[in-house]
Write a protein that binds this ligand. Structure first.
Ligand SMILES: O=C(O)CCC(=O)C(=O)O
Ligand SMILES: [Fe+2]
Length: 186
């Protein structure tokens, strides 16, 4: 399925084409990851591979193990936020993007043909300018368009340019296992 959508890519250092995601206590998570920062608490809205100048087009998530208490995965469609005014208001926003090899100034939003290509990672992107605070406030207050309760073998394909995603708080570590594959436009 992933190969039909594009070219699978590795989105994090030391990662693999198929990542295994399990809620983890911060002390057990890899340094610099959202998991290390949030532990079992809810994740903030983000796109995967946001520090990459060309983030993956789609993220495929599949549930391998699920319990009744499993965290949900939530999706925010940026094109629908405030009836599209959110993207219009912040179309020129630039951010300092921190990568392992240094920082660069990158756009929150760029257009690829007729497609919206947004990227956002609150841990690694620092918005600049007068609208920075409003931007962060609006994102952190945004309600999900989808709040997905997993069943084993479900597959969720997230448009990683148009949407942000996050995880709700996990009640216990290792309470569910997701597999993730990120693909770039081929
Ligand atoms: O566990 C989830 O539902 C999503 C986790 C996630 O977004 C990530 O690890 O990048
Ligand atoms: Fe993610």
């Amino acid at each position: 399925m992933a190969k039909c959508l594009g070219k699978p890519v590795i989105t994090r250092r030391g990662g693999t084409f198929v990542d295994t995601l399990r809620p983890k206590d911060s002390s057990k998570a890899r340094e610099g990851t959202i998991s290390a920062y949030c532990g079992l608490a809810a994740f903030p809205w983000h796109s995967d591979g946001a520090v990459d100048p060309h983030p993956p087009r789609y993220v495929l998530l599949r549930a391998e193990e699920v319990t009744a208490a499993s965290a949900r995965t939530e999706v925010l469609d940026l094109t629908r936020l405030d009836n599209g005014h959110f993207l219009r208001r912040h179309r020129r926003l630039t951010c300092v993007v921190d990568t392992e090899r240094g920082s660069y100034i990158g756009a929150f939003l760029s257009q690829q043909g007729d497609k919206v290509r947004a990227k956002w990672d609150p841990l690694r992107m620092q918005p600049l300018g007068k609208t920075a605070n409003a931007f962060m406030q609006e994102i952190s207050n945004a309600a999900p368009h989808l709040s997905y309760a997993w069943a084993v073998d479900d597959l969720l394909i997230v448009d990683n340019w148009r949407c942000l995603h996050r995880r709700t708080a996990a009640i216990s570590a290792d309470s569910r296992t997701l597999q993730r594959i990120a693909v770039k436009d081929s």
